[in-house]
Ligand binder design. Structure first.
Ligand code: FES
Length: 122
């Protein structure tokens, strides 16, 4: 799988329940998550609340809990869950033959939209 998809490495580089970051020159850092259910997701590495580093959060189910103020963010949608409101951009990701691919156009600097600002006072 090449062309529109950017090969960012082996699935083995991220242990289940963990994340790694990928810098984007001139763009926003991306966090790639590996869940305990063996699913992979990619989000901009900035919580919609106050830009906490989601890659350092706790991954549980399809959710990451932000390390700064414990908002729960859906890995699938980037939406804050529960009472909290806000959304962080997701990056389309595929796994094929043990390799992780991100949609190339989503990684291009300037293509990643800003996170939807948080609306809840917390
Ligand atoms: S910055 Fe993530 S919960 Fe506050």
């Amino acid at each position: 799988m090449i062309g529109d998809w950017l090969d960012i490495g082996s699935v083995d580089q991220i242990a289940p329940g963990n994340a790694r970051t990928m810098p984007v020159r001139g763009g926003r850092e991306i966090a790639i998550f590996h869940t305990l259910n063996n699913e992979f997701y990619a989000l901009v590495n900035a919580c919609p609340h106050k830009a906490g580093p989601l890659s350092q959060g706790i991954v549980h189910g399809g959710v990451v809990t932000c390390p700064l103020h414990s908002w729960n963010i859906s890995l699938k949608t980037g939406e804050a869950l529960g009472e909290d409101k806000g959304c962080v951009p997701t990056i389309p990701l595929r796994v094929d033959a043990g390799r992780i691919y991100l949609l190339r156009e989503a990684v291009v600097p300037g293509k990643l939209a800003a996170a939807t600002p948080a609306k809840a006072a917390a």
